[in-house]
Design a protein around this ligand. Sequence first.
Ligand SMILES: Nc1ncnc2c1ncn2[C@@H]1O[C@H](COP(=O)(O)OP(=O)(O)OP(=O)(O)O)[C@@H](O)[C@H]1O
Ligand SMILES: [Mg+2]
Length: 286
Amino acid sequence: MPENVTDHAAPQPVIRVLDVVKRFGGLAVLDGVSLEVYPGETMVIMGGSGCGKSTLLRLMIGSLFPDEGHVQMFGRNLDELDDAGLDALRLRFGILFQSGALFNSMSLGENVALPLAEHTDLDRETIEIMVKIKLEQVGLREAAERMPAQLSGGMKKRAGLARAIALDPEILFYDEPSAGLDPVTSAEIDQLIMDMAGKLGVTSVVVTHEMDSAFRIADRMAMLDAGRIIKVGRRSEFEALRDCPLTGDEETDLVRQFLRGDSEGPITARRLSTGYERDILGGAGF
Ligand SMILES: Nc1ncnc2c1ncn2[C@@H]1O[C@H](COP(=O)(O)OP(=O)(O)OP(=O)(O)O)[C@@H](O)[C@H]1O
Ligand SMILES: [Mg+2]
């Protein structure tokens, strides 16, 4: 077990990404990514827009499969499971999509009841009680009758979370949970993510590029860049990196620039050395 893991015991990782390569149209979006997520920890995955964060998340939940390498969840290779095996696994984790992904024709309560009705033998009264408990956990018990169109962005996120926790998952995946929310609502969602981890003991994988949020919720963090994970470590290591002077090492300074949101640094230099200048000066024509 690497020394930067949260727990002192030696638990097995619940998720293991092993040398994964994922290509779209011949281009490797992920090019040799390895990452382990341990029970009960909150792992935050960061990186610039389009660097492959959502793709990595989709590989972790088995909605995409790697071209090379493997993804394991609870010790099982996802690419070796048949449909029934994957379905059984899907009951053990929940996902909060960016939009909340609610069914618009159903009330909030019905949205949360759906997975319970589909995947359990519970009777209607029990499901109604469960729905109330889940909605209470996200602070929406009084909104059960509302339709998704009647909810604000923050409420939709909460509602999506209530649905994601309906079946008491062991792992929760979040894709940009605070994108598009005001700072206070965003902090409330962060608090919910921490509650889920703290009170329910859920393992969390959170994709975000909101640094305030990342530093609030993470136990460990991983920085994805150009198809690789260029740094993974405890939150304190990333805090130290954010607050240190420039190091002269390009990769380290790149992570530092991202964490600080600086307008100058290796990320900007790289952008300038490709793209526009080459387009203008390359003389390739149209
Ligand atoms: N199904 C797909 N087919 C083809 N290309 C894809 C597909 N999914 C993702 N990509 C490409 O892979 C790259 C990474 O996409 P991804 O959505 O994983 O990035 P991201 O880091 O989540 O970005 P953002 O921060 O904007 O959400 C992008 O260039 C995207 O266009
Ligand atoms: Mg994304």
